[in-house]
Design a protein around this ligand. Sequence first.
Ligand SMILES: Cc1ncc(COP(=O)(O)O)c(C=O)c1O
Length: 457
Amino acid sequence: MNAHTRMDREQGDVNTSLNREKYWSRYLTGPAREWFEKDCRYFLHQSLSTPVLNVLSRAEGIYVEDMSGRKYIDMHGNGVHNAGFNNPEVVAAVKRQLDEGLSFCPRRYTNTAAVRLAEKLAEITPGDLYRSLFCPGGSESIEMALMLARQVTGRFKTLSFWDAYHGTTFGAASISGEEHFHGGLGPLVPGAFHVEFPSYYRNPWGFTNPGDVDAECLRQMEIVFQREPEMAAVIGEPVSAKPVIPSKAYWEGVEALCKQYGALLIFDEIIEGFGRTGKMFAAEHYLTPDVLVLGKSLGGGIVPFAGIVTRERYNTCRHRSIGHYTHEKNALCAAAALAEIEYIEKNRLPEHAAELGRYALERLNGMMEKHPLIGEVRGVGLHLGIDLVKDRKSKTRAVEEAEIIMYKCFEKGLAFKTIEGNVITLRPALTIKRQEMDLALDILDEAIGEVEQGKKY
Ligand SMILES: Cc1ncc(COP(=O)(O)O)c(C=O)c1O
């Protein structure tokens, strides 16, 4: 696999492969084909989205359903479906808010839904995180976190991680570590430095001892702190999207460096927040960051909404604006967010994710014993990854195999996304039951077996 292929596939499966064409020829028929072609005609094409995979007619609970009536357990969901797609309690809250006659709330005013949401976040976010600010999307919430860090520290440099994705605006693209999202753009925001994330399975030094990986990553981070003084913030996902799950010692080491060099620590929990990792927030596995960035599921899987939560002592920008967004206190979005959080709490979804995640990981470990294609399985809560390799010694990424497995799984009723070309990511709605998880893992098991036997798509 050349470097270019790898870059293409950094964040997901590509939409231009031969297998994708075969999938279209088999599954896009009748009206679905017509809508697909119109979509191709009217939208700007871009990698990872248009031309699209298929046309959906429903997204409900753990499932998406295509226009031809095929249902798939969706383990991607773009991360918005923690409480399940179209959750009836979130839908009811949104309808109630519309019926009350206050859906939009112009800036300069507030409303009870927005205040209740901010109060709720002050209550449930870790440690002394307390003050919120909202905006429509995750990329913008990252911008607010960066602007807050600049205002608080009076500095502008940032330290983040290679291979991370934090969004598509210029600031977010600058701190992201993937060529795919900034190649061809020219100069980005100055002062964005990157270091390695502590990947215990794949790291540039070939280390296999997690302690050695942590030590080297922290050593390199400290070098950047020393050579690039005046760092405003370190920003990262506490658990990466791959997923890579750092040790507690690693994040404590990062926190200590931030304190020593006067930088804020920002956690991007746009994917990992709201129960995904088996705790309400992934930070709870580690420590309290200075800023917690939220998005995706915050909108209840229905509306776009995102935001930051930070400490009282950083409430210092009264004379300036760092998030002057039209939808800052959108009542409809706030009502959806509140209903989503209440549903997650009432149904103890973080606890369920922890328990079912442990079970799924055990099953995946069992699958690894019989499938040489599986190099490693990893995960925390319902945030799981299967790293497929051509052989376990070289750890060469099994990119072609992963793509065929993915299309075979679509055929059998399971949808997910691959990342870095060869890592199958499983992030179902947290409402998924054990029998449904079993069914999904049976499908995956069968598809991996077929590819190992040399079957093509
Ligand atoms: C970790 C992470 N941060 C930020 C973003 C950007 O969020 P949005 O797409 O809502 O702008 C994403 C989106 O995928 C993400 O996964």
